[in-house]
Design a protein around this ligand. Structure first.
Ligand SMILES: [Zn+2]
Ligand SMILES: [Zn+2]
Length: 377
């Protein structure tokens, strides 16, 4: 049997940690290891471990049992944990990876108090240029909304919801248990109303009494120009519907940006490798260079070395927060011909035979520079 780590250790909290401390630790760790955000090996296992620890320690009854019996408690099953589908993060288009982990689990509140709906998370894969210039788009996603037939009450038209008489509407009852260590008083969800504090004698036919229906809904999303891979956009009020008249949760969109075949992006700067022939760098040239804003004229001075970086100011990405625009760096790569005609070879030999062409002459200045840098003068 695999040895399981102590739940308190997993969350990094003390045995006397308050619920708030446990919740905070969970939020932090679940974000750190969430499989949508963390692609490192073992992150998903960590996430499951953290979630399991939280499910136990955030529940008074389960926590009391765990404190007494540890992992050995036979009643302490593995919480059913729905695996995160996703996986194929490279897939084209949209991926429905939802999680409600931002909502947290707070079951011990007054069941009749207004509650904010759960937040949703959605991973959107977009093209390189869409990220650079932004785009108006739509996502279609399933989310829970208030049932229109009963306006969220769950009761059939013309009937009403009654307060549960067993728990007086609190949704919870006290149970006294005799254990070998003495009497224990546990508060449990009321079995008569399933913890809702309400009894619905005649259920709404649309939602079967839940007051909520799942609908696929189209939501307009503005991809902000300059957004980068892994950045998150909050769409306020587009998460799950609130409960008991509470506000709706928020929708978080995490962007995955597909790489470009030419341009490499580093924050707001763009890098482009530019292959040039030996005659072009030796004699100089004037060429058209692609940028994300279209072609630009670039002068290659005679004697340009491989690795030279030409900076095209303002030809990078406009910052997503409005902090200026990046540059494009054009990195020269001199390409040696793999095939040459007899005539070319002949001219090359002739070129090589002329004095003053030893490689020393080309490399000495660079090598001197390196030597000076190492010596520090
Ligand atoms: Zn009840
Ligand atoms: Zn209904």
């Amino acid at each position: 049997m695999m040895s399981k780590r102590d739940y308190y250790e997993v969350l990094g909290v003390s045995k006397s940690a308050t619920k708030e401390e446990i919740r905070k630790a969970y939020r932090k760790l679940s974000k750190q290891f969430h499989p949508d955000l963390n692609k490192e090996a073992g992150a998903e296992e960590k996430f499951k471990e953290v979630t399991e620890a939280f499910e136990t320690l955030s529940d008074d009854t389960k926590r009391a049992q765990y404190d007494q019996f540890g992992h050995a408690d036979p009643n302490q099953g593995f919480g059913g944990f729905g695996g995160f589908g996703g996986g194929g993060a490279d897939g084209f288009g949209f991926e429905d990876i939802f999680s409600t982990f931002f909502g947290g689990s707070t079951r011990r509140r007054d069941p009749n108090a207004p509650r904010k709906g759960d937040d949703l998370q959605y991973t959107m894969t977009i093209d390189f240029m869409e990220a650079v210039f932004g785009k108006e788009t739509e996502v279609e996603l399933p989310r829970e909304e208030e049932c229109e037939t009963c306006h969220g009450t769950g009761a059939k038209k013309g009937t009403s919801v009654k307060t549960c008489t067993h728990c007086g509407g609190s949704g919870q009852i006290s149970v006294t248990q005799n254990t070998p260590l003495g009497q224990m008083v546990n508060r449990r969800a009321c079995p008569h109303c399933q913890g809702t504090g309400k009894i619905i004698p005649e259920k709404c036919e649309t939602c079967h009494g839940s007051g909520r229906v799942t609908k696929r809904k189209k939501i307009k999303v503005t991809i902000p120009a300059g957004v980068d891979d892994g950045q998150r956009l909050r769409v306020s009020g587009q998460g799950e519907a609130g409960v008991n008249g509470g506000p709706a949760g928020d929708l978080y969109i995490v962007f995955r940006v597909k790489p470009h075949d030419k341009f490499v992006r580093e924050e707001d700067d763009i890098y482009l490798e530019l292959p040039l022939t030996f005659p072009q760098v030796a004699l100089g040239d004037e060429i058209q260079v692609p940028t994300i804003h279209g072609n630009v004229k670039l002068k290659i001075p005679a004697g340009t070395q491989t690795g030279t970086n030409f900076r095209l100011r303002g030809k990078g990405v406009k910052n997503v927060h409005g902090h200026g625009t990046g540059d494009q760096h054009v990195i020269v790569k001199v390409v040696t011909p793999k095939k040459m005609t007899e005539k070319q070879k002949e001219l090359m030999r002739e070129f090589a035979s002329i004095d003053g062409n030893s490689p020393d002459e080309y490399s000495s200045s660079l090598f001197d520079k390196i030597k000076r840098t190492i010596k520090g003068d």
